[in-house]
Design a protein around this ligand. Structure first.
Ligand SMILES: Nc1ncnc2c1ncn2[C@@H]1O[C@H](COP(=O)(O)OP(=O)(O)OP(=O)(O)O)[C@@H](O)[C@H]1O
Ligand SMILES: O=c1ccn([C@@H]2O[C@H](COP(=O)(O)O)[C@@H](O)[C@H]2O)c(=O)[nH]1
Length: 237
């Protein structure tokens, strides 16, 4: 059987990279995620990745303790660059070719985001890791995933996160919450389901770009989603 998609945009939770640690990047977690991505690339799927920064810094948290919000958000974006570099490094060590492109210019460190160049890397079979979110404060890496996914012509955004799908309410706060197998953008936005931010949902809806939310902790889940199997929750037009 062949993969259901030729090109995907994978959104990886930054917070999940901590594993059971209190902070930062857990090497074992990163290695496992990289193995799963490598498996998918061997199916001929082109993979773009957007990585979050919640394991290091979130702008909202900085702002809540008195920092200027935009300054705190730039720090959050820089945190995603560190995660992207750690991920790319782990990929190279496992013989998976990867490039990091940053939405904020730090040319001595990683390539700047150039859409055409990113697409060329993908066509060459390299994984492209999009760092620094959208490059703008007041956004999130979910919105960056929707944006980069649209720009590179991905057929789907795969949100690999700490929960195994979209629920009627936050399952971490409400144990009686039920998981949806499928849900429309209109319903997800109308019910204010906070698994993704509203801007990301709205952009994907406008671009008719479906989203599959699944657990980053479930071994083999990424491959199952890529093969078009029923895994997590599909958010559709
Ligand atoms: N209706 C819902 N269904 C599922 N999860 C929900 C819902 N509402 C809120 N959540 C929460 O959303 C979280 C996932 O989104 P969040 O933006 O926090 O993480 P992430 O983007 O995956 O990680 P990071 O920000 O670290 O990159 C889940 O851990 C869950 O607790
Ligand atoms: O486009 C963006 C993306 C992210 N940020 C800031 O980075 C942190 C980490 O991203 P998460 O999506 O929360 O993992 C986020 O809290 C923002 O502060 C941004 O400003 N713009």
């Amino acid at each position: 059987m062949s993969a259901a998609y030729k090109r995907i945009l994978l959104k990886l939770s930054g917070e999940a990279l901590m594993g059971d640690d209190a902070y930062g990047i857990n090497e074992d977690v990163v290695s496992r995620i990289v193995s799963e991505i490598a498996e998918v690339t061997r199916l001929g799927v082109q993979v773009g990745v957007v990585i979050g920064g919640g394991n290091i810094f979130r702008g909202m948290k900085g702002a809540a303790s008195g920092m200027d919000r935009a300054t705190a958000d730039y720090m959050g974006m820089l945190a995603t660059v560190m995660n992207a570099m750690a991920l790319a490094d782990a990929m190279q060590r496992m013989d998976l070719e990867a490039r990091v492109q940053s939405a904020l210019r730090i040319d001595q460190v990683v390539e700047p985001y150039i859409r055409g160049r990113a697409i060329r890397h993908l066509e060459e079979g390299r994984v492209v890791i999009f760092a620094a979110g959208t490059g703008n404060p007041f956004f999130t890496t979910d919105t960056a995933a929707a944006l980069r996914g649209s720009e590179i012509g991905a057929q789907i955004v795969l949100k690999a996160t700490k929960v195994d799908g979209v629920y009627t309410a936050d399952p971490k706060k409400d144990p009686s919450a039920q998981r949806y197998h499928r849900i429309s953008f209109d319903e997800a936005i109308g019910r204010n389901l906070a698994v993704l931010d509203a801007t990301a949902f709205a952009l994907c809806r406008d671009q008719k770009l479906p989203i599959n939310v699944f657990s980053i902790f479930k071994p083999g889940a990424l491959k199952r989603v890529v093969m078009g199997e029923d895994e997590g929750t599909l958010v559709h037009s």
